[in-house]
Every structure is written in C-alpha cells, then in structure tokens.
Design a protein around this ligand. Sequence first.
Ligand SMILES: [Zn+2]
Length: 480
Amino acid sequence: MAKDNKKQVEQITDMEVDFAQWYTDVCKKAELIDYSSVKGMFILRPLGYAIWENVQKGLDAEFKKTGHENVYLPMLIPESLLEKEKDHVDGFAPECAWVTMGGSEVLEERLCIRPTSETLFCELYSNIIQSWRDLPKLYNQWCSVLRWEKTSRPFLRHREFLWQEGHTMHATAEEAVEETHRMLNIYADFCEQVLAMPVVKGRKTDKEKFSGAEDTYTIECMMHDRKALQSGTSHYFGDGFARAFDITFTDKNNKQSYPHQTSWGVSTRIIGGIIMTHGDNNGLKLPPRIAPTQVMVIPIAQHKPGVIEAAEGLVSRLSGAGFRVKTDVSDQSPGWKFAEYEMKGVPLRLEIGPKDIENGQCVLVRRDNGEKSFVPLSELEETVAKTLDDIHDAMYQKAKQNLLDHTYPAHSLEEAKQLQAEHGGFIKTMWCGELECELRMKEEAGMSSRCIPFEQENLGDTCPICGKPAKHMIYWGVAY
Ligand SMILES: [Zn+2]
C-alpha cells in the first residue's frame, strides 16, 4: 500500500478498539456529516445527503405505488393543539422546543417546533373528512422534526433530523391495521432488498410503544457491535386521536363514526444503521442499491496518452447503461484515490491503465471483500451489473449471519444477563407480558425489550423472570 494512502486509512480508529470512536471517525472522515455551532444539530454533507436522497427516492416510490400522496404541513404547533391528546403530549413534552417570540413581540400562545406531526394532521383531517367517501386519507410528509435531546450522535440522535411521517385515516379498524402492516413490510423490504440490512419484525411492548398509539410495530436491526437499532416504526392509533380531535365521518349507514388512524416513519437514523451494519476498518461500505456512486473509475498512469479518455469512456458507457458512476482524474496518486473511495464506501472500483487499454480490459475491485478481477471491455456492462448484485447479496448474507450468530435463547434472567455481558446481541426469552418483568430485565441485565417478533417460537411455558405463565417470546437487547 502506498505511503500516502496508509496515512489516510490510519485516521480511522479500529472498530475492535473502540466501536463508538470508529463510528464517529467514519461519519467525519468519509465526509458524511459535520458539526454545527448548535449542540446536537448536524450538517449533512453531500455524501450523507445523497444517501438520504436515495432512501427518499426508493421509499417515496413505494409509498406512491400504494396510493399515498405527499403533503407539507407547518413546522409550528400551537400549545393548545399539542395538548389535545394526553398520552401524546406527555410523551413528547420533555423534548419540545418552543417559539415564544415573533420579532420583538412575545407571542400570546407559545408554539412548539414539531417533534412529530400527529396533532397537525388531526387538525387537517378534522376539517377535510366528513363522509365515508373522504376515506381513506393516505398522506405522507417529508420534513425535519426537532426533539431537544440531551445527548447526540451523528445520524443516530440529532436534535433536528430528516424523516418521513405517514399519517393515514381509515373507515374501519381492520383497514387501519392492514395499513400499519403494509407500511412496516415496505420498510422491511426496503431494508433487506436495498440496504442489505436483515430485520426482525415485531410488535413493541406497551412500555416501548409510541405515545398515544394502541400498537407500535417495528423493524429491529443488529449492528456490527451487536447492539440493536430500531430502524422503522409503524403505529396503529385506533380512534383515540380522532376522538380527542373530534374527527368524525358519516358512514355508509348514515351514522356518525370515528375514523381509525395510523402513522409510520423512517428517519436519517437509518444511515447510521447502514454505517454500523456494513462498515469496516477502511471506512464506509455502501450497499450498491443505495450508494450515490456505485462505480468509481480510477485511471492508472493518467499522464500517458489515451488513459483519461479511456477512463471517461468507461464512465460514459456505464452511465449510459444506468449505473451511478464517476471518475477521479485529479492529480492525487492512484493509491490515495483507492483509499479515499474505499473510505467513502463506493461498492466497485474499476482501474484502467495503458496495459489494460492494450489488452482490451479493465481491473475490477470489490469494496466488500477486496476481490480483484479482470474484465474484458466487451463484457463491461453485464459484469458490472452482476457484480453489484453479488455485492448486495454478499453484504446481506454477512449481516444476516451476524444476526443469526448473535441471537441467543435464555431460560433464566441470570442466563440472559450473562449472555448479554459475554456476547451482546439479541437475547430471546419467553415473557409473561408484565411491565414489572420488563423493568427488571432493564435494571438487572441492562436490556430493553426490542420487540415481540411476529415469528414466534416456544422456548418454554413460563416467564423466566417471574415464573408465571408466558404469553409471548420476546427479543431483548442493548439499543442505540
Ligand atoms: Zn414475568
């Protein structure tokens, strides 16, 4: 490895030495993020934002396919509106930031900067829903929200973060529940098929569910350090908000009814998930279907005649075939460029120099496993397409193996505690369904409940914490 590129790689702390520092280093050195002058508020740099744009494009297409429309609501919520649903306001009050002045005037009513927009959507729906013909309402909003967190970490916890929040209204509970599952499945498929992140799908316990929800469904992913990341949630509200906000409609039998509601969201925290699922000690490793640049072409001995033109020729062929491809013809050494784009997670590198031109080939190097091969230029497009798919599959399989290898059954609180301390990961146990046992697990083993998986297993008849009859199999873990 050339001296200059080694120097650059050394700037990242090894993940085995200090995972948290490795993560921060990658966010900073791969130029995903920068700090701003307001604590807890981050700047998404072009690469970080481009990943988000691709998340947006992918999910938005799925939302549209399933009949949703995008809207935009104000960022300020009057205090009186926020207070209409009690559980909801209790859940968010500690994190609200308030606008109290407009210019030099003190406002008559303070305005909350939206931490989430249920209340605003309810106000809108109370105005526009009158009859069963107005249902369902399938709205989504792409926006930023603000939660005054005490601690912050790039992507994982920002005071202001980007997300989408879907808010839908339905004539019946069945339809709303179905919608809640439909959207969770869209998130799960997107995670697995685009981000190469395997998920565990399930339901949150009452303690962990969203403020004001009847049920919260979640997808939980396991990071490389075996901690859990909640990567997307979908909530069923029943008609609780509709009652609080007096949203009614005339049903087909000419009776006044309350509609049933859902909300669902994915945020920029998913980018933290991509980093921590796939990254390595050379930096970021982006799954090909989300990578803003899928292929980086590096000219070798670019001062020689025809080399830059050949590199540019590869770019134009590949972009013509629909790939996201770039070249770097700056005066940095090839070694520097290799390390730079490895750090930035570009899935595939093509090298082309005078000898390759002569032989009608280029060199192909995979970011995920470092494998190097020669590609005849006549087979360029199909080889790149196939290799990108192979990289996706290999990254998914590796992450899946990590999840399988580090999910452990436990039959006593002591065993759960010991497994977590020794291995980390997900610990699965039976559970009686009581809050008391959930709190004990948190207190004694440091684990929160992640979800009650839809795919249940029978690990025994009793709750290992209290000995009472078990109701569910549940996953526990240490979460971000
Ligand atoms: Zn119990």
